[in-house]
Ligand binder design. Structure first.
Ligand code: ASP
Length: 586
């Protein structure tokens, strides 16, 4: 090899050794005839010195610039007293160059490689191969490797088999648009890229593999709102002869061991707390609650149902609720600051915000207490556990609106008050989801997870009478306010699957055309089975403490689903199009 050692591995015990190093010039400086350069490879950085006396090496060193790729032959020596650099692992030693060869020069990069100063993301993505050289990206990508390696080892030890499933397949709906691939051999026909390997992993259970996993690429053509990628990676898993708690238990063990092995970050709670969907919505206003802090939503409808205050009373009279949160230490908020909070809840769909400030001296300022009995006010403050200095805020609305508006406000205030400890990982499970949601526009039931999720056994009869009340055997894993996994126990009987297809308005002929293979497989001895799919990108993002998944994907796409480095998507050659029987209509 061109190198005998990794730069970052050299230590005091190598003093005196003759070494060959190769890497990038991280930084260099010419101190009046002595050149110091930091040589970097993936393992880290070491200082190289070129002295007068080794004139060829010094001459070459004087001509290198940042990011040149060079080879250095030299001797390791202790740094002189006082020049030790404790901030790098190789800081006790340096390498005196005898020979320095430029393997490839470099243009001046569009941004600094040696530190993580902020750079416009479009520039980073255009020069991704340079961005990936930066220390932060190297840390993230290597962490991702460690996590995936750990997952493979863990699941192998638990008897799981890794099986690849096709990328060219048929629609597997997960609620997004499909990416289609035209078929050359079958004019006018298309493959769909899998939104997930859902059907195939279920068929592997029919096939008797009992425990399957795959680090699977999934493709979803969604509008790129927020933190999404058209292709992303899941740990896709499926198990036979299991119930909900078996899947939950195994994944909880896996997550715990990933966190303990690959990071030094603390877990908030073990076992991971479990909340029903209903409780999560009621207490946090969302089904992916950030439980690193309290500030829970508290209902006071019963206390204010009969007041003279029409805003509260009228909402409750038509089935709405009044809920509030306690914002610690914000009693001093000015009128303008409270108005700003009101605008925030309005942006989340609420009509307004009622507020009550508890001054340190016990005095109350409020937008509504003048309409209430003193005892009612006291009961409200008591229910929210209000203390001097707190600001209590309330929304009166349909339950869904009140919860989500206060849930959004809760997060904004937590950031403002620094209540979300960035170091802690707070996992929790959400269970007991409704099986369906009513789609008012389409006038049909929509599966809240996906079409293959089984109802709770005790709720099966509700499919006929009251589908909206049927709970699904679904579970989501949430961490720090992000959904990191979703899964379910599946339907494994043809009749039940057909019932669900019917409820979501799938015409039997269409169901047969799309999912006939599943229905048929269910008639050949299908074991009860279930699974889950943690998102690798999101998980690694959280473990790395990064704000978005692009920071943990080597070559991500932009918000417009484009690769601006290579220029994808791009037009196709007319000959290719003709072979695919495609004509572009302008
Ligand atoms: N296929 C599901 C998804 O991609 C996960 C599962 O149910 O296992 O979200």
């Amino acid at each position: 090899m061109l190198k005998s050692h990794n730069c970052g591995a050299l230590r005091r015990e190598h003093v005196g050794a003759e070494v060959r190093l190769a890497g990038w010039v991280n930084r260099w400086r010419d101190h009046g005839g002595v050149v110091f350069l930091d040589l970097r490879d993936r393992s880290g950085i070491v200082q190289v010195v070129a002295n007068p006396g080794e004139d060829a090496a010094l001459d070459a060193a004087q001509r290198v610039r940042n990011e040149y790729v060079i080879q250095v032959k030299g001797t390791v020596r202790l740094r002189p007293e006082g020049l030790v650099n404790p901030s790098i692992d190789t800081g006790e030693i340096e390498v005196v160059a005898h020979e320095l060869t430029v393997l490839n020069p470099a243009k001046t990069p569009p941004f600094y490689i040696y530190d993580d100063t902020p750079v416009d993301e479009s520039v980073r993505l255009k020069f991704r191969y340079l961005d990936l050289r930066r220390p932060r990206m190297q840390r993230n990508i290597i962490l991702r490797h460690r996590v995936v390696k750990h997952i493979r080892d863990f699941l192998d030890a638990q008897g799981f088999v890794e099986i690849e499933t096709p990328i060219l397949f048929k629609t597997t709906p997960e609620g997004a648009r499909d990416y289609l691939v035209p078929s050359r051999l079958h004019p006018g026909e298309f493959y769909a890229l899998p939104q997930s390997p859902q059907q195939l992993k279920q068929l592997l259970m029919v096939a008797g593999y009992e425990r399957y996993f795959q680090i699977a690429r999934c493709f979803r053509d969604e509008d790129q709102r927020g933190d999404r990628q058209p292709e992303f990676t899941q740990l896709d898993m499926e198990m036979s002869f299991v119930e909900r708690d078996d899947v939950i238990g195994l994944v909880e063990q896996l997550m715990t061991s990933i966190v303990m092995t690959c990071t030094d970050r603390p877990l908030l709670a073990q076992p991971f707390p479990r909340l029903s969907y209903h409780d999560a919505m009621a207490r946090y206003g969302t089904d992916r609650p950030d439980i690193r802090f309290g500030m829970e939503l508290v209902e006071v409808s019963d206390l204010v149902a009969d007041t003279r205050f029409a805003v509260f009373r009228d909402v409750i009279a038509v089935g709405g609720v009044v809920k509030g949160i306690r914002i610690p230490g914000c009693a001093g908020y000015s009128r303008r600051e409270v108005d700003e909070l009101t605008n925030l809840v309005r942006a989340s769909g609420a009509k307004g915000l009622a507020w009550l400030a508890l001054a340190q001296d016990g005095a109350i300022r409020s937008s509504f207490v003048k309409h209430l009995e003193e005892s009612t006010v006291a009961a409200i403050v008591d229910r929210l556990e209000g203390k001097p200095g707190d600001l209590l805020v309330f929304v009166a609305d349909h339950s869904r609106v009140a919860c989500s508006a206060l849930g959004d406000l809760r997060l904004v205030m937590a950031d403002r008050l620094s209540l979300r400890d960035p170091n802690v990982l707070a996992f929790c499970w959400i269970i007991d989801f409704p099986l369906f949601e009513w789609d008012e526009e389409e006038r049909r039931w929509d599966p809240s997870h996906h079409l293959f999720t089984a109802p709770m056994p005790e709720d099966v009869s509700l499919l006929d009478t009251d589908p909206g009340s049927a709970r699904g055997q679904q579970y989501d894993l949430v961490c720090n306010g992000y959904e990191v996994a979703g899964g379910s126990i599946r339907i494994h009987r043809r009749e039940t699957q057909e019932r669900v297809f019917g409820l979501i308005g799938l015409d039997p002929a269409v169901a047969q055309e799309r999912f006939g293979h599943m229905l048929e497989a269910f008639e050949y001895g299908t074991p009860p089975h279930g699974g889950i799919a943690p998102g690798i990108d999101r998980l690694v993002m959280l473990l790395a403490g990064e704000p978005n998944i692009r920071e943990v994907i080597a070559f991500p796409k932009t918000q417009q689903a484009a690769d601006i480095m290579a220029g994808a998507p791009s037009t196709a050659d007319p000959r290719q199009l003709a072979e695919l029987h495609i004509r572009i209509v302008k």
